[in-house]
Ligand binder design. Sequence first.
Ligand code: MG
Length: 381
Amino acid sequence: MKIARFETFLVPPRWLFLRVETDEGVVGWGEPVVEGRAATVRAAVEELMEALIGADPLRIEDHWQTLTKGGFYRGGPVFASAVAGIDQALWDIHGKVRGAPVHELLGGAVRERVRVYSWIGGDDPAESAEQATAQVEAGLTAVKMNATGPFRFIETRAQVAATVRRAEVVREALGEERDVALDFHGRVSPPMAKRLMAALEEVAPIFVEEPVAPELGHAIAGLIAASPIPIATGERLFSRWEFKPVLDAGVAVVQPDLSHAGGISEVRRIAALAETYGAALAPHCPLGPISLAASLQVAFATPNFLIQEQSLGIHYNVDNDLLDYLVDRSVFSFEDGTIARPTAPGLGIDVDEAAVREASARGHRWRNPIWRDADGAFTEW
Ligand SMILES: [Mg+2]
């Protein structure tokens, strides 16, 4: 069997899908995208796929090595995301050829259900408590929110108090038996991260995410020494080599994104690396259905899995949402805040190709916001 052809589809709200077909008519889907840079990743996918036309789709590891290391200039979000989507599509094909869901090819299921969390509050956490209550009513047992809006290098006492108050109100809405994750979104400076984490101790979040921007990862060890709150990071780290320093620093939870960090092959290895540090895996996934399906396949086969992000109703999903490109939407049904183990071959989803083609005719031009401080200077979004 050989890889015969491929197509990419730029679909709203902000995604890129990849369809790979073999000479025997087996089709695999992947989701290679960097949010806001979909067209750039599309170009990288087209360049990388040149080497795969005519190749055996089942030699996934060999392709992963060649795609990742075969270019003298390597690494970074664009290449790693392009490889991630290709890797997902090849695993989808592999599963369909073997008649098995991918998690069975990864060693078999280690759990029957996967706990998920939903986003609340959008970019501005103002209405978070109301939304937390709605998620509890929908059966979710965990939510995530941005802890702050734009946050200055050293913030006022009032801003710190407002941040803590919002988190407290959400904690009150959730009760003691559910969890809230607080995403600092790389917006917070190292000194303010230290101050905020101390102030948030009583809220007892399941974790604080990206306490500082990824290039300031060397500041994480100090934050861990100063706070009992578990720290999670990794949505902007792209390989096991990039995760090793934050694991050395002592993070509790790694959050590789299945569409950014080299796909199923590499996230599986990042999880195993994390296991050697006593750390857990919580795949990042604010993206589309193929990315979530790939995340779930890893989650079902990974012993040190903690919780799965998913994007249903997320603030980015304005024109289209998570379920719009699926034939059978029940594969992502929640029950008691969990998703059941998928049993269909490959990634376990049936992509609605007609809907994808129709939406790709519209496409999208999603870009992340650029935030500015009161004095007009750039500030982290
Ligand atoms: Mg985040």
